[in-house]
Design a protein around this ligand. Structure first.
Ligand SMILES: Nc1ncnc2c1ncn2[C@@H]1O[C@H](COP(=O)(O)OP(=O)(O)O)[C@@H](O)[C@H]1O
Ligand SMILES: [Mg+2]
Length: 301
């Protein structure tokens, strides 16, 4: 079974700027995968290469086993891209836009699927509205429908929720989740980390054109170093034995580093011996945002 997306040493130069510096990545069929990275990291460039809109200056890329340059048509047919920028023809209605896109892929009788897409994206009552009369959020929905018109096995979304309202975000994620459950591979770029954390099984972090972290989301979040126990103490002081573990103290709440849950026993014993009462205790796991920031700091060149 070919990988849904495969990148080998992918590089892209714009003059002296290296937007991608040798990216290796494999996304398996059926995965829900997030590509995270700050602005300028190279996410859109990578997607443009996959979509055949830009040529790489080094390395190779394929979609479902089809090389994006040598087998452009097959690669393109296997992928739907929701672009970051809102681009559309203002003179077409929503339905015409989708019919036109179907025609591009040689699909004539696609009305049932177009109707289903309109329904899933809450666009049915806008079907005959001209694109230029739609709000930004509505246009974004049409872009999503447009990317899905040929039922591609691989769906790529480039910051689909940047600046969109909560309702669209929820409609969109519900729909994309269903598509993933039906077997579609999803590649999502975002800088909303909580989205990636909630949706994606695996994450790659891109910085200045290089992958600086690649793992299952759960593994990235399991990095013990950042796990902390928060204690509210009475009296609000820490016994000598625990001083070395102190990470932060704020308004009488002490945050101590916790590598292993078993260490809690010793901590509680030390507090008991010092006659300090525990009035509150909780263990904080790092979220993807913290992991991301730490990784980005660590990858500073
Ligand atoms: N057509 C272009 N010409 C010159 N530089 C570009 C072009 N497209 C992107 N870049 C540069 O490449 C880098 C990566 O951009 P981009 O892929 O858009 O990042 P991201 O999508 O992660 O924000 C940025 O420094 C950007 O300015
Ligand atoms: Mg981008």
């Amino acid at each position: 079974m070919p990988a849904a997306i495969r990148l080998q040493g992918l590089a892209k130069r714009f003059g002296s700027l290296e937007a991608l510096r040798g990216v290796d990545l494999e996304v398996e069929q059926g995965e829900f995968f997030a590509l995270l990275g700050p602005n300028g990291a190279g996410k859109t460039t990578l997607i443009s290469i996959l979509a055949g809109l830009t040529r790489a200056t080094g390395g190779e890329a394929s979609v479902m086993g089809f090389d994006v340059v040598r087998q452009y048509r097959e690669a393109r047919r296997n992928m739907g891209v929701v672009p970051q920028e809102l681009v559309f023809d203002p003179f077409f209605t929503v339905r015409e836009t989708l019919e036109f896109q179907s025609g591009y892929f040689g699909l004539r009788r696609n009305d049932d699927w177009i109707d289903a897409l309109l329904h899933h994206l809450n666009l049915t009552d806008k079907a005959d509205t001209n694109m230029r009369r739609l709000s930004g959020g509505m246009k974004r929905r049409v872009l999503v429908a447009q990317a899905l018109v040929h039922k591609p096995p691989v769906i790529v979304l480039d910051e689909p929720t940047a600046g969109v309202d909560v309702e669209l975000r929820q409609t969109l994620w519900q729909f994309v989740r269903e598509l993933n459950q039906q077997g579609h591979t999803i590649l999502l770029t975002t800088h909303y980390l909580e989205e990636a954390e909630e949706l994606c099984e695996r994450v790659a972090m891109l910085k200045e054109g290089q992958i600086v972290a690649l793992d299952r989301t759960a593994n990235l979040l399991r990095t013990d170093a950042e796990r902390r126990v928060e204690l509210r103490l009475n009296p609000a002081r820490l016994p000598e034995a625990l001083q070395a573990r102190l990470v932060e103290e704020k308004e009488g709440v002490f945050q101590l580093g916790l590598h292993d849950y078993a260490e809690l026993e010793g901590m509680l014993a030390a507090l008991r011996q010092a006659d300090i009462k525990v009035e509150g205790l909780c263990v904080r796991q790092p979220d993807l945002e913290e992991v991301f920031l730490r990784t980005m700091r660590g990858a500073e060149r």
